[in-house]
Write a protein that binds this ligand. Structure first.
Ligand code: ATP
Ligand code: MG
Length: 391
């Protein structure tokens, strides 16, 4: 049965004078995102966005799913439209009852009336709708305190709606309302989660991946693009930058003390990312680092890595345990891709005994053995750029 999708805003409702800007951005994005699922009209309706199918061929569940992955939407619900007439409302409630109640044991009917000219008051509407449901579903009872299902009737200015249970939306803020940042995206578990967390705050993501071909394979790169595709579901198309660090890694391994290999590489990655961020108009970097997770993420190592750049670096996973990161990875649909076994450039040329308490001066002394600027210029010049869309 056809329905309109109603989207509730989260935090953006609190944005005071900027509220219209946030709402209009969200409206535009929802309009764009539901387009592949058919012809919809998308409009603001009181304090919600309504997504209304305009022809019977619309993929409503597809549209519902993508609305649920749109940042800025805190909750969403299927709303069945009905004439603003009590007989019509009761007939519709009875028709929808089996579907809305499902296998629940208890329910409550609830009514809201923004159109005060409607002849019945809210308690009266709720009572009658509850009765209509009970006349069809015989195994369910009314429980006004703690119902499993709430069936709501909303009498709005234009129409009346009957809605069932609402689902949680993706939360956060509409993408692009909070600038742009460049995610250092590896094939691991942490960096897609880090990207998702910052994107959720309204920051448009771009990605840079460092490969070390032929030490890393074409298939390993494809895996990272698949992760970018997962992020694109939330972010919209991701500008994906691939940079080879093969030459840098060969120079490091030829000239430097093995204990510092990983840290030296990480500082190169940060500097190259800073350059690409400048080219792309990104004002921060994002990494999946988490304190203490590996040798290169001790407080001392992070300090040395951080000292290589002056651009702000966001590390939203910094205080999360691996288990928490994994739970987030599963929730966003990245985990099964992240755990495919492919090599990463960090896993080639790895030191047997990495320095866990490096000093900046020691690392700088190692870097002095390299032509850092030429290596960075070469890597940046070879950057390949493409757009990754979600399917
Ligand atoms: P992840 O699970 O995201 O791979 P990790 O715990 O394996 O993280 P590291 O390999 O030390 O940690 O990398 C730390 C961070 O550095 C990653 O989260 C990512 O942001 C960035 N990074 C590491 N390798 C690459 C790469 N090949 N390309 C782009 N960024 C990378
Ligand atoms: Mg990694």
């Amino acid at each position: 049965m056809s329905f309109t999708i109603l989207l509730k805003f989260g935090e953006i409702a609190l944005k005071g004078a900027n509220r219209a800007y946030f709402e209009n951005t969200l409206l535009r994005q929802v309009r764009h995102r539901v387009r592949p699922f058919g012809k919809f009209s998308v409009y603001k309706s009181q304090s919600t966005i309504a997504v209304r199918p305009e022809d019977p061929g619309c993929d409503l569940e597809g549209a519902y799913d993508i609305c649920g992955k749109t940042f800025g939407v805190i909750a969403l619900v299927r709303a069945y439209e009905v004439e603003k007439d009590m007989d019509a409302i009761l007939a519709k409630a009875a028709e929808l009852a089996p579907q809305l109640i499902g296998g629940a044991k208890t329910f409550k009917a609830d009514a809201r009336r923004s159109d005060k000219s409607f002849p019945l008051g809210s308690p009266e509407i709720a009572a009658q709708v509850g009765g209509a449901i009970l006349s069809v579903c015989h195994d369910v009872k009314v429980d006004v305190r703690d119902p499993e299902v709430v069936v709501r009737v909303e009498i709005r200015d234009e129409k009346a709606y009957i809605t069932g249970m609402q689902d949680h939306g993706a939360g956060g803020m509409p993408v692009s309302t909070n600038g742009r940042a460049l995610l250092l995206l590896s094939g691991g578990i942490d960096s897609p989660v880090a990207g998702h967390m910052i994107c959720r705050r309204g920051v448009k993501l771009e990605a840079v991946h460092f490969e070390s071909f032929p030490y890393t394979s074409e298939r390993a790169l494809e895996k990272v693009k698949d992760l970018a595709r997962v992020l694109a579901v939330y972010n919209g198309a991701v500008c994906f930058n691939t940079v080879s660090v093969t030459q840098i890694q060969e120079q490091i391994s030829k000239n430097c003390d093995e204990e510092y290999f990983t840290l030296l590489l990480r500082r190169f990655m940060m500097r190259i990312a800073e350059r690409i961020a400048a080219e792309r108009g990104c004002s921060a970097l994002i990494t999946g680092e988490s304190v203490g997770q590996v040798a290169s993420q001790t407080v001392e190592a992070l300090t040395v890595t951080n000292a290589s750049v002056s651009i702000p670096v966001f590390r939203p996973c910094i205080g999360l345990d691996k288990e928490e990161i994994i739970a987030r990875s599963r929730a966003i649909g990245a985990f099964d891709i992240s755990t495919l076994p492919f090599e990463d450039c960090c896993t080639v040329f790895t030191p047997r005994h990495p320095k866990t308490k490096p000093s900046l001066s020691a690392v700088e002394a190692e870097e002095a053995k390299l032509d850092v600027q030429t290596l960075i210029d070469g890597a940046v010049a070879g950057c390949r750029r493409e757009w990754i869309q979600y399917e």
